[in-house]
Design a protein around this ligand. Structure first.
Ligand code: ATP
Length: 347
């Protein structure tokens, strides 16, 4: 029971390659988040799965069945778009009922399903309203209800939360999580917000330049990024990465120096800001440049001639002031090693 993209390439008429041999396979019932920088091919992958775009090359399968040439209506996929795309002249009830009307569902069954899904999404008391009489969050729920009412195998959502304000976004995130657990349907969700991806996904597919660069659960993506790109992309503030040289088991890059477990030669070392230890006798000294407190954390930014180093700490930093020299230590277990040329993870 799986959905698979095999060597899917999409070239648009103007020559843009939006997907470049994408291989991605996930199980039905998963909450898959497509994440990547702007232009990485997330929306294109979604539209190809829904049948709204045709791949230039490659194959899409659901449950072992090749659906590459199947019309959208026959794929069993419900969609929620960023702008919700509700019919302004129809009531909420009729908006939700629409997919059932085009499938010629009997009136009694249609009424039952619309009311059930409206109940599930807590919009039962707005069924008589028009979309213009709804708040952003309510309209978003109507769009989700319309995508789910006909019980599709897969629900595709392309940045559905991006038009909501920050608080509502957090709330809807929790609701979507709850909805997914309750319905046990496959959700495919597009976002460029990594926090959204981390909280919603059973697995995150990270795309770059139309290719899959890593597909793992959020914890693995954060703790064992497959390459330097993922390491720097996931996590705020970003992982510190330093290009340097290893000689006799000691890494050096500007003032940064630490014992490492990798062969001598060039390497890119990575460490998350929250894993750097301040004070003590081990390590090296660096000059504090900027101190920013965002309770309960303090961000400390150090600079040297090779670049900056960001530390995130919950320790009391009242004793630290910009200009001061601070001792810094990298615990060996917190280090990530990347190939200096290719950026691929070494161990
Ligand atoms: P965003 O986060 O900005 O929405 P995305 O990762 O969803 O980006 P896509 O919308 O899939 O990226 O676009 C991938 C690439 O394909 C981009 O370079 C985009 O400009 C290009 N593209 C998308 N649609 C078309 C089109 N119809 N014609 C030509 N190029 C297109």
């Amino acid at each position: 029971m799986a959905v698979s993209f095999t060597e899917v390439t999409k070239r648009f008429a103007d020559g843009t390659t939006a997907l470049d041999g994408l291989n991605l396979k996930f199980d039905l019932g998963e909450f898959v988040v497509l994440l990547g920088p702007s232009g990485s091919g997330k929306t294109t992958a979604c539209r190809i799965l829904a049948g709204l775009e045709h791949p230039s090359e490659g194959r899409i399968e659901i449950d072992g069945r090749d659906i590459t040439n199947l019309p959208p209506r026959m794929r069993g996929i419900g969609m929620v778009f960023q702008n919700y795309a509700l019919y302004s002249h129809k009531s909420v009830y009729e908006n939700i009922a629409y997919p059932l009307r085009i499938r010629k569902t009997s009136p009694a069954e249609l009424d039952r399903r619309v009311k059930d899904v409206a109940e599930l999404l807590q919009i039962g008391s707005y069924l008589h309203r028009r979309p213009s009489q709804l708040s952003g969050g309510q309209a978003q729920r109507v769009a989700v209800a319309r995508a789910l009412v006909w019980e599709p195998t897969i629900c595709l959502m392309d940045e559905p939360l991006s038009n909501l304000d920050a608080l509502l976004r957090l709330h809807m995130r929790t609701e979507l999580n709850r909805l997914h657990k309750r319905l046990n349907k496959t959700f495919v969700f597009v976002t460029h917000d990594q926090e959204e991806a981390m909280t919603l996904a059973s697995r995150i597919a990270i795309l770059k330049d139309g290719k899959l660069v890593q597909f793992d659960d959020p914890r693995t993506i954060y703790r064992r990024p497959a390459n330097r790109f993922v390491a720097e992309f996931m996590g705020r503030p970003a992982m510190n990465t330093m290009d340097g040289m290893v000689e006799n088991g000691v890494f050096r890059s500007g003032q940064v120096t630490c014992r490492v477990q990798c062969p001598d030669g060039p390497v890119t070392l990575g460490i998350r800001p929250e894993q750097i230890v301040l004070g003590g006798d081990e390590g090296f000294a660096m000059k504090l440049d900027v101190k920013e407190t965002v309770e309960p954390d303090t961000l400390l930014i150090f600079t040297n001639d090779k670049g900056t180093l960001t530390v995130r700490t919950q320790r009391d930093c009242d004793d630290l002031a910009p200009g001061q020299s601070v001792n810094i230590h990298f615990p060996p277990d917190s280090l990530h090693y990347f190939d200096a040329k290719t950026g691929e993870r070494l161990r």
